[in-house]
Design a protein around this ligand. Structure first.
Ligand SMILES: [Zn+2]
Length: 367
């Protein structure tokens, strides 16, 4: 318990933080069902009863099939939500909540921010769709989704962005020591893709070795980049060494060249290393651009081309100078706050500094 809180506190410099419980939400659809009375069996009494039942049934339609909130969510039109402003200073209207569960997907009950369940229709649909693809093609794992944003967007604890319904953090799919899928946790993964769920930081006996489940994590990324909202996927923030492992897996899995290239183009390591989760950012939809949505860079040629095709041009983002920034926690402060920890945790955090300081292999930080 404490281990999780601490590892999240350590991560809080830019993206992650403490914990909570998730709520399901999509509005259920009630399908109208025609009630039909069973014919009587011959006896008068039976006929009367049948008539009564029929009358009641007419008043109260028999329950139809269970409403399927996931199908309702996936059928929603993107125009029902609107992202306004930029990821760092915007807001969102008509945001939808991530379901607590969907095939191959779980909203993290220990997410950094309990209320951060909301995103644009496109973002939530993209996650549900990609997790389903992984679930069907490589069954056994589960995508664990951390923070999206608040119902109306705006400033949110533990994040500099996540304000306009277009940012989401997802944990890596993980394997255990025996190579079996294991529930995802925010473990810092090293250049070999290995990490520890340290749990109680003072107790070395409960450490759980995990490693990146590259096949499922890559499959998720590929599904996202091939899915219904693929043209909106702007950026994936991830530590450079895991980007490299994912690209190697993509090659091994013979993923389409265009998808591998797209992933290579849109991924980069920001100041906070993102060695425990992927942060995915989406572009404004054309409708949202008209309503005041603003993209931050980069604008790729294919994005400009897609906008030109619908008679639009990229909208330059104008950062608000006065926007309040959440307090940033330095690695040293987080470590201090975490309290006592056993030797391996300390060793791991020291190793971690090497890939936090500069991306490896040799690219620059993304802005
Ligand atoms: Zn994030």
């Amino acid at each position: 318990m404490r281990g999780i809180a601490v590892s999240l506190a350590l991560a809080s410099a830019a993206c992650a933080g403490p914990e909570v419980s998730a709520h399901a939400t999509s509005a259920p659809i009630v399908e109208a069902t025609e009630a039909r009375a069973e014919p009587g069996t011959g006896a008068d009494v039976a006929a009367d009863v049948a008539a009564d039942v029929a009358a009641e049934a007419l008043d109260e339609p028999a329950p139809g099939p269970e409403p399927d909130p996931i199908a309702a969510l996936m059928a929603m039109d993107g125009s029902q939500s609107t992202s306004v402003g930029g990821p760092n200073d915007g807001r969102v209207e008509g945001a939808v909540a991530l379901p607590a569960t969907a095939p191959g997907l779980r909203s993290n009950p220990r997410r950094p921010n309990a209320e951060a369940l909301y995103g644009t229709v496109e973002v939530v649909q993209a996650l549900v769709d990609a997790a389903r693809v992984v679930h069907e093609s490589l069954p056994g794992g589960e995508l664990v989704v951390n923070d999206l944003g608040l119902r109306e967007g705006g400033p949110i604890a533990h994040h500099g962005s996540h304000r306009a319904g277009r940012d989401v953090d997802v944990l890596f799919y993980l394997l255990d020591r025996a190579g079996q899928p294991t529930p995802s946790v925010g473990a810092f993964l090293d250049p070999r893709g290995r990490g520890f769920d340290f749990r109680d930081l003072t107790d070395p006996r409960d450490d759980h070795l995990v490693r990146l489940d590259a096949p499922r994590t890559w499959r998720f990324v590929q599904a996202l980049l091939e899915g219904p909202h693929a043209p909106l996927v702007q950026r994936v923030f991830v530590v450079e060494h895991l980007r490299t492992l994912l690209l190697a897996e993509a090659e091994r899995a013979r993923a389409p060249r265009a998808i591998r290239d797209r992933f290579a183009e849109i991924t980069c390591q920001p100041g906070y290393p993102h060695d425990d989760h992927l942060h995915i950012r989406f572009f404004c939809t054309p409708e949202d651009l008209a309503a005041g949505c603003e993209d931050t860079g980069p604008t790729y040629f294919w994005r400009a081309q897609a906008l030109r095709a619908v008679g639009l041009a990229p909208v330059p983002h104008r950062p608000r100078r006065d926007r309040p920034m959440p307090p940033r926690t330095s690695a040293a402060e987080a470590r201090e706050r975490a309290g006592p920890m056993h030797a391996r945790v300390q060793e791991w955090l020291t190793r971690r500094e090497s890939w936090s300081r500069e991306p490896r292999p040799g690219r620059t930080f993304c802005r």
